[in-house]
Design a protein around this ligand. Sequence first.
Ligand code: ZN
Length: 130
Amino acid sequence: MQIPKNVWEQLIRHFRCELPREGVGVLTGTPAGVHYLKLQNTAQNEAHFRVSPQEWVSLLHALEEGNERLLAIVHSHPSTPAEPSSEDLEGFSYPDAYMLIVSLQHPHAPEAGLYKKTGQRIERCPFEII
Ligand SMILES: [Zn+2]
């Protein structure tokens, strides 16, 4: 997967604004390119993220109407590595999308990991920022 540099910068800005909480958003795709959309993290706890079912449903409707594909669900780890937490492994269940985790533990050098979950298996996938 390829992430345009301006989209990467957009999501880093968003996640920095959300600190110390986790931030959440999605990467969507059209033939014209990749876009980032912010979502609202409704989790009470700093170390988790949750999207309200209403916001999720309206997102899926909007994507369908705009002929956009859901490419990845993106969330940040404010102070831990870009690796799935046990909650990420259990809670992530959108089969067609990637999970992109962005770590801000080194504030000036954000890192990311891209994952795909198939059944109970999760594998790390390559991506590049272009
Ligand atoms: Zn996580």
